[in-house]
Design a protein around this ligand. Structure first.
Ligand code: BJW
Ligand code: ZN
Length: 243
């Protein structure tokens, strides 16, 4: 497996302000399907066609059944060595911001403290009528679609295509990217905006960009180092090289 370069290890030893940007690939070794990879389809449907406000308006119960399935899968899964390596890095560095597109909650369950969630959470429900948000950790909800106390229909507290990202989260991510000296981009296809623009903020501000992904992405030509392999095998090497 590809070991960290001396340049990366020496940068890590200098305790740089660091941002880790993650996508679905970091949870694939926990058994969760990525969006664009194999196994992502649910009942023969592309998850991209279900992760839209239009799909929810047209078929709320179907979209809720899809998210119930996602919640069940995520609840049954656990953090993997890649999630844990980020926890270890956070404990060794003075400043680490984890910016994730993932909604599964595995970073939080692994123990990462400073998590910025760009696309919301599977474990938050939001009322389509009164806007109230509530946390709900039950893997299966019954009946579907669930109802708010006000009588309105609840929806998953995630960000669908065409919807704005939470303003505070995006601002925090951009600020951390502008200030960091090292950014690790792990397990994302770098296709979905505005998350895919975050490494560009870091690059423009002079940060060292590292990508970890078994497949090349549109970001690959822009990074300083590309690690071609699964995050669960590559990231622990970054931490053990620091010891
Ligand atoms: C491994 C691995 C292992 C596997 N180890 N790696 C600018 C240009 C063009 C379009 C737009 C633009 N700005 C906005 C848009 C429109 C749109 C967009 O980006 N479209 C593109 C697809 C073209 N963006 C939006 O609509 C966003 N809203 C917005 O910008 O509002 C303002 C606006 C609206 C409209 C027009 C203009 C402005 C909202 C985006 C919301 C995305 N939501 C989802 C669903 C969340 C809820 C849920 O989970 O159900 O977020 S879609 C889905 O994609 C999910 C993910 O977070 C996101 C990114 O996917 P990710 O994580 O990268 O996963 P994959 O599957 O794509 O890739 C996995 C990777 O892992 C692969 O590379 C593998 O190789 C790798 N891998 N095993 C390491 N072991
Ligand atoms: Zn309500």
């Amino acid at each position: 497996m590809q070991q960290p370069s001396e340049e990366l290890l020496s940068l890590l030893r200098s305790d740089p302000p660091t941002v880790v940007l993650t996508g679905a690939g970091i949870s694939s070794e926990s058994g969760l399907a990525t969006f664009r990879g194999p196994g992502g389809h649910w009942e023969g449907r592309d998850p991209m066609s279900l992760a839209t406000p239009q799909a929810f308006d047209a078929e709320p119960t179907t979209v809720w059944r899809f998210y119930d399935w996602r919640r069940t899968q995520a609840a049954a899964a656990g953090p993997n060595p890649a999630h844990r390596a980020i926890v270890d890095l956070e404990s060794k560095l003075s400043s680490l911001t984890l910016v994730t597109q993932n909604v599964d909650g595995l970073h939080e369950r692994a123990g990462t403290k400073n998590v910025v969630r760009l696309h919301g959470s599977l474990w938050t429900l939001r009322c389509t009528a009164c806007g109230t948000e509530q946390k709900d950790l039950r893997p299966r909800l019954d009946p579907l679609p669930p109802e708010c106390g006000c009588g309105g229909m609840l929806r998953p507290g995630v960000v669908w295509f065409g919807e704005s990202l939470p303003r505070d989260a995006m601002q925090e991510a951009q600020n951390a990217a502008r200030l960091c000296r090292l950014m690790l981009v792990v397990g994302t296809s770098s296709l979905v905006y505005p998350a895919a623009s975050i490494p560009q903020f870091a690059k423009s501000a002079g940060a060292f960009l590292v990508e970890v992904n078994p497949e090349r992405t549109p970001l690959t030509p822009l990074v300083d180092e590309y690690y071609d392999g699964p995050a669960g095998e590559i990231l622990p090497g970054f931490v053990s090289g620091l010891a």
